[in-house]
Write a protein that binds this ligand. Sequence first.
Ligand SMILES: Cc1cc2nc3c(=O)[nH]c(=O)nc-3n(C[C@H](O)[C@H](O)[C@H](O)COP(=O)(O)OP(=O)(O)OC[C@H]3O[C@@H](n4cnc5c(N)ncnc54)[C@H](O)[C@@H]3O)c2cc1C
Length: 385
Amino acid sequence: MTVIWEPKADEETAKWLAVAEELSVEHFEPLAEELDRDQRYPWESVKLLVDSGLAGIFVPKEYGGQGASFATTCAVIERISRGCASTGAILTAYALGGTPLVLVGTDTQKDKYLRAMAQGEATSFALTELGAGSDAAEIKTTATREGDKWRLKGEKIFIGNGGASRYYVAFALTDPAAGARGITAFMVDKEAEGVVIDHLEDKMGIRGTQTSNLKLDTLVGDEDMVGELNRGMRLAMQTLNAGRISVAAQSVGVGLAGYDEASREAVRRHTFGTPIIDNQGISFPIADSATQLTAARMITTEAATAYDRGEDVAVLGAMAKLYASEASHAAVDIAVQVFGGDGFCKPTRAERLYRDQRILQIYEGTSEIQRLVLGRFIKKEASEQ
Ligand SMILES: Cc1cc2nc3c(=O)[nH]c(=O)nc-3n(C[C@H](O)[C@H](O)[C@H](O)COP(=O)(O)OP(=O)(O)OC[C@H]3O[C@@H](n4cnc5c(N)ncnc54)[C@H](O)[C@@H]3O)c2cc1C
């Protein structure tokens, strides 16, 4: 029995978890400190993700992937994030970029982009713009008719795996007067004329990932439209409903890494003649963290499984993301505290985890936005009673 609850893994999940475990222990975890220090994108780790099949774990088999369930994908994201938050974030960005295509892509689009994804030529999700993060309906990028093409014009920011990905699902206004109901998604190739990526963020954490802008003044065709005209915002929200569950899985992974550090150090470090874990001031917060991480893992597992069953996960996904990201924050905070001064200084893992964790409460909808989403559902339900 383990203190932290372990979900019962079916055969498929157990197989992929074993692959993730081996890669994490052998390669990703040992590299994590260097990636953080040098802010370097780990192409060698991406190659391992591709060669092992993990890069296309969620991609259907007919498009060259592994066809694993979303629950299995999330379990793998959690395991990899526990070893290296950056590598876990790269795999999460793959899943986020691939989701619109899995949901509504044409066969031709799936064959091109999902197959490429499994080979390491990823697609990123490009929604956010300056002034349009939480309130994504405020995007200003436009797609206007030019002959039989669409001219995309504008600039996206904060794109996960940006620059490293070859393709982008970019959201643009096709009917500006209609606001959120006038947004459409298009595939963009970074090699195309009029596509420029010239800024990479200098980040506090997950420094082994790349986060870029995407400047657009380029032509795309009708065949590049993802889903229906003017249905892009709905597609973005459907994508984020799933994406939030994978960020919850990432959060559980990073939180567990914090718990691992805190509990081991609390046993190793002695003061006043006893291990510090013998003080309730140390053991109680670690116990709280173990409880929260167990609950976070349960809700995340259930949300991912509900998604696989085809259920609407708007509520459960928001809850999973909110709860798991905050539980992971508590876990890494305790880890820093347990390490004392060392926890504040590089290169302790606790110090790195503290910085790596912080984004989990921000991207794919901040904690406030998850509460806002839940508040709307609560209001609707209560109004109907
Ligand atoms: C490393 C990184 C990777 C990212 N990856 C991607 C990606 O792959 N694709 C993509 O499209 N975007 C991506 N993003 C963007 C990310 O999703 C946004 O940064 C996030 O949604 C918050 O938006 P914002 O930064 O504009 O903050 P703002 O929307 O300006 O929010 C500022 C603050 O106000 C709060 N707030 C806003 N509105 C309300 C409200 N109504 N009630 C209460 N509080 C509110 C927010 O919670 C936040 O605390 C990424 C960002 C980062 C930093």
